[in-house]
Ligand binder design. Structure first.
Ligand SMILES: Cc1ncc(C[n+]2csc(CCOP(=O)(O)OP(=O)(O)O)c2C)c(N)n1
Length: 364
């Protein structure tokens, strides 16, 4: 057992939840977050939603070519960001993790700069949009092939174990990724090696148009952990505090050398898979609406209100601040200018070979 942790039962039938749908605390242990931490947690959730809606608008305006909407996924993403030691632990996220990188501290101008391929992009415009990465914060640059980042994440975790510094890796992915061989090879090896890694599956029930029941016959994703010799937790992903406490426990467990864990957070993506996807063709509007009623932001806000920490005025003020911050960040990203073409030759060789130097110079 991990010191000071509530210790959750793995392989529960019902998803683990700590906030009831009306905002009441239903946990069997005392909250350890103080009022300020709870408020800033809520701010992270709201800021992520506001940014997601802004990115979708920017895509419609033709300023971004691709976006992977993250609204509905905020709970586990913000929970991961709040469970790790920033700049020490390692993150291998996927393309839908905008809320995660934002809550971790990647500046909005950097995220938007990446999306727009401007000079504000630390990836120098050489990635698809929605492919974050941060050297300072140990965020591995997102890879487009599904599940291909999971094996390198395990490799990093084994390396952390060998170095013995107590650093942990967290990797995230959708349930579709668990159908890939890469996932199974990687998680198997992590189990065998006792690697300090937490696998966080954001199960939004669809891999583009492929529904959960066509993806796997397993009752849930967490059950798969049994075969790999690690605990598997099913969490109500629309309950931000349940995501936080379970993920934090899994991270601390890994840090103390107990080994890896798989956390499945049941979320819902409200938007299409990407702008190229028409989700009305494969899921009824009533289904989307019914999940919207369980919205993580509404749940957290009710929780704060019940504790006397939040009211309409605070909400209005916070939303105005967030909106203004993000508006300025977008301006900053745009003002930095498009990435120069010659940047594509950077960072490949320590010394640019003659033929590449020639090609670079021929760009004019
Ligand atoms: C190896 C590979 N196969 C197929 C694709 C095309 N593709 C992109 S996203 C996606 C669905 C992934 O679904 P999931 O892992 O559940 O994550 P979600 O997008 O639902 O969050 C697919 C099939 C890809 N990028 N890589």
């Amino acid at each position: 057992m991990i010191k000071g942790s509530p210790s959750f039962q793995p392989f529960s039938e019902k998803p683990i939840s700590l906030i009831g749908e009306n905002g009441e605390w239903t946990g069997s242990f005392d909250l350890t977050l103080d009022d300020g931490e709870l408020e800033s947690f809520y701010r992270d959730l709201v800021a992520a939603r506001v940014l997601d809606e802004r990115l979708v608008r920017l895509q419609r305006m033709g300023k971004i070519s691709f976006v992977a909407p993250s609204s509905g996924h905020e709970g586990p993403q913000v929970a991961v960001a709040r469970s790790v030691r920033k700049g020490r632990d390692w993150l291998y996220p996927y393309y839908r993790d905008t809320a995660l990188v934002m809550a971790l501290g990647v500046p909005v101008a950097e995220t938007v700069g990446q999306m727009m391929a401007t000079r504000a992009d630390p990836n120098k415009g050489r990635q698809m949009p929605a492919h974050a990465g941060s050297k300072e914060l140990n965020v591995f640059a997102v890879a487009s092939p599904i599940a291909s980042h999971i094996a390198p994440a395990v490799g990093t975790a084994i390396s952390m174990k060998l170095q013995g510094k107590g650093d942990v890796v967290v990797t995230t992915f959708g349930e579709g990724a668990t159908s890939e061989g890469d996932f199974h090879a990687a998680i198997n090896f992590a189990g065998a090696q006792g690697a300090p890694i937490v696998f966080v599956c954001q199960n939004n029930r669809y891999a583009i148009s492929v529904g959960y029941n066509r993806q796997t016959a397993a009752e849930n994703i967490a059950a798969k952990a049994r075969a790999y010799g690690m605990p598997g937790y099913t969490v109500d992903g629309m309950d931000p505090l349940a995501c936080y406490y379970v993920i934090r426990e899994a991270v601390e467990r890994a840090r103390e050398g107990v080994g890896p864990a798989l956390v499945e957070a049941n979320v819902y993506r409200y938007g299409p898979h990407s702008p190229a996807d028409d989700d009305t063709r494969y899921r009824p509007a009533e289904e989307v609406e019914s999940w919207r009623k369980r919205d993580p932001l509404i749940r957290m806000r009710r929780f704060l209100e019940k504790r006397g920490l939040w009211d309409d005025d605070q909400e209005k003020k916070m939303r105005e601040e967030i909106d203004e911050e993000q508006r300025k960040a977008v301006q900053q990203a745009e003002a930095s200018g498009k990435v120069p073409r010659e940047w594509m030759f950077d960072d490949v060789y320590s010394e640019v070979p003659e033929h590449l130097a020639e090609q670079r110079d021929s760009l004019g």
